[in-house]
Design a protein around this ligand. Structure first.
Ligand SMILES: Cc1cc2nc3c(=O)[nH]c(=O)nc-3n(C[C@H](O)[C@H](O)[C@H](O)COP(=O)(O)O)c2cc1C
Length: 177
């Protein structure tokens, strides 16, 4: 069975994007799913001197193996000041130095959410614009506005699941092609 690796672009222990990931992966069918948390893959801020002196951080090497092992990716990003958070950019920067395009020409679905009405739409737009150059074969993008209105008592509303479901199906279809 093909495998989708799912993670959020957040290192917050209370990440709403990680909550969104955990909620939507329940609706991926016909594939194996592995959810990981970037909190478990901390890395220093990328620097060329650091790379020359110390090579690649162990955590980034471990993450690269996870990226290698997957047939597609589901990523939900927070928005920090109009773009992706530093932790996600830093992760992409490290991975981009390790001999492969970060998303390895594999199907990728990007989500975003925030407590605000736009749901991190600027961060999502940025990801959809730049990540094809990092090898993401984009199957779609979706931003969930006003997260806390749609995620009550640990459950994502039926209405929002219905909106996201076609994109999840498209991702599964693309990895199975
Ligand atoms: C440094 C910083 C910058 C932020 N900038 C934005 C922003 O530009 N747009 C937005 O909608 N929310 C912004 N927020 C609020 C985040 O959407 C909110 O913290 C959200 O919970 C982050 O997602 P996470 O919980 O998955 O980490 C910002 C938060 C921080 C800490």
């Amino acid at each position: 069975m093909k495998k989708i690796l799912a993670f959020s672009g957040s290192n917050s222990s209370e990440s709403i994007n990680q909550k969104l990931i955990n909620a939507v992966v329940e609706h991926l069918s016909g594939v194996e799913v592995e959810v990981l948390n970037l909190r478990d893959y901390p890395a220093p801020v990328y620097g060329i001197d650091l790379e020359k002196e110390d090579g690649f951080p162990e955590q980034m090497q471990a993450l690269l193996l996870k990226m290698d092992d997957a047939d597609g990716y589901l990523v939900s990003s927070p928005e920090h000041n109009g773009s992706m958070p530093a932790v996600l950019k830093n992760t992409v920067d490290w991975l981009s130095r390790m001999g492969k395009k970060t998303f390895q020409e594999k199907p990728t679905l990007f989500l975003s959410t925030s407590p605000g009405a736009r749901g991190g739409a600027s961060a999502l737009d940025h990801l959809l614009t730049i990540m094809p150059y990092r090898g993401a074969k984009i199957v779609g993008g979706y931003s969930l506005g006003s997260f806390h209105e749609h995620y009550l008592e640990g459950v994502l509303s039926e209405e929002k699941i219905k909106e996201i479901q076609p994109l999840l199906d498209k991702l599964v279809e693309a990895v199975n092609e």
